[in-house]
Design a protein around this ligand. Structure first.
Ligand code: ATP
Length: 353
């Protein structure tokens, strides 16, 4: 597995001389004899919605906590807008954090929670009230200003936590699995709202999640964490369509790994290739195969209905199972369990990893 750790992972649109909002250089973090983060180099641009994605224990929260200043790196430097903040305390950094449990003050009303940071900064009362009203307007909750956090729904609490963090106008907002406690429907609704708010306020968001769909749908760019390393950084489309490691290919959605003799036979090279299920389809008997297409025999082993599409698992004579999917309602033809079929794909959609 190749890891691009030694290079600085720059945004695709980064221009020489443009200062990143966040620059991590040679960051390492050890806890006793355990290395949680290994020689990490990363630049995040101003105004980016940037996600740290990875399975539990891969090091993403530790990186977020180091940017916030709650943890200090064992080696390396952290710059915020060009300033070295590696040794600075959390309150000395122009960042704010939204935690998974929201950490709202239970005895303060919604308005008082949002106002809290402004009071600490000694902003005059009239100005504070104007800013709180504006902020509650932004999260569409002016009607709950007087309620306590316990009198709110999970989604409302999440929005209040966001307003409280944004009212201080940090250069960077750090979000640690902020939608983790919400049910699926509310989570999807909040994802849209979060994206809208980020676009409106235009500040840099660094978002920790282990949910690949969430990272793909929200982010401008995503870093995929694997055991303390970043395997790949890229736009959601880059990562999904052109994964560079086996780990990224299988962590982001379903994929087929074609390797060894099967790769040699179908693609003409014995490497390992990632082929997404949507790029495989049933070959219609008697029709010509396209110039770049290749086909193979298979037997349908499983049929899984998922609503908008159906996913199939097909056994091939080489012993490799392949997953493919069909949009429901797109054709009258039905592929059933046990069917003997031929599968085809365009070789250009098989990416070497
Ligand atoms: P999750 O999604 O479960 O929060 P994560 O990717 O955010 O996972 P981290 O919380 O960054 O992972 O943890 C990375 C590794 O470092 C884990 O193995 C964790 O047990 C270890 N770790 C984190 N904090 C400490 C600590 N204070 N002391 C010892 N080990 C720690």
């Amino acid at each position: 597995m190749t890891s691009p750790q030694s290079q600085v992972l720059l945004p695709p649109d980064s221009k020489a001389g443009v200062r990143p909002a966040i620059a991590l250089r040679g960051i390492e973090k050890t806890f006793g004899s355990f290395t949680a983060v290994k020689n990490l180099n990363l630049d995040i641009s101003s105004g980016e919605f940037f996600s740290l994605l990875g399975p539990s224990g891969s090091g993403k929260t530790t990186v977020l906590r180091m940017i916030a200043g709650f943890e200090h790196p064992t080696a390396g430097t952290i710059e915020l807008d060009g300033e070295d903040v590696t040794k600075k305390a959390p309150f000395e950094r122009a960042v704010n954090t939204v935690f998974q449990d929201y950490a709202l003050f239970p005895h303060l009303s919604v308005a008082q929670n949002v106002e809290y940071g402004l009071k600490l900064r000694k902003i005059p009362r009239a100005e504070r009230q104007r800013m709180v009203a504006e902020s509650l307007e932004m999260i569409q909750l002016p009607h709950v200003a007087k309620r306590l956090p316990s009198q709110l729904s999970g989604g409302q609490r999440q929005r209040v936590a966001l307003a409280r963090a944004l009212i201080l106008k940090p250069q960077v907002l750090l979000l640690d699995e902020p939608l983790g406690a919400l049910d699926k429907q509310l989570r999807e609704q909040m994802q849209i709202e979060l994206k809208q708010i980020q676009r409106e306020v235009g500040i840099t968001f660094v978002f920790v999640t282990h949910d690949q769909e969430e990272a793909l749908s929200l982010s401008d760019r995503v870093a995929v964490f694997n055991e303390g390393n970043i395997d790949q950084v890229g736009t959601p489309a880059d990562l999904y369509q052109r994964p560079t490691t086996r780990f990224v290919a299988s962590f982001l959605g379903h994929t087929n790994l074609i390797e060894g003799q099967l790769a040699q036979d179908l693609i003409g090279s014995a490497g390992t290739f990632s082929l997404r299920p949507e790029h495989l389809r049933v070959h219609q008997h008697g029709t010509a195969l396209g110039e770049h297409h290749t086909k193979l025999r298979a037997t349908v082993r499983e049929v899984v209905y998922t609503g908008s599409c159906t996913r199939f698992v097909a056994a091939t004579p080489s012993g490799t199972d392949l997953i493919f999917q069909e949009l429901n309602g797109a054709s009258d033809r039905q592929t059933t369990r046990g069917a003997e079929i031929e599968l085809e794909f365009d070789r250009r959609n098989a990416f070497p990893i």
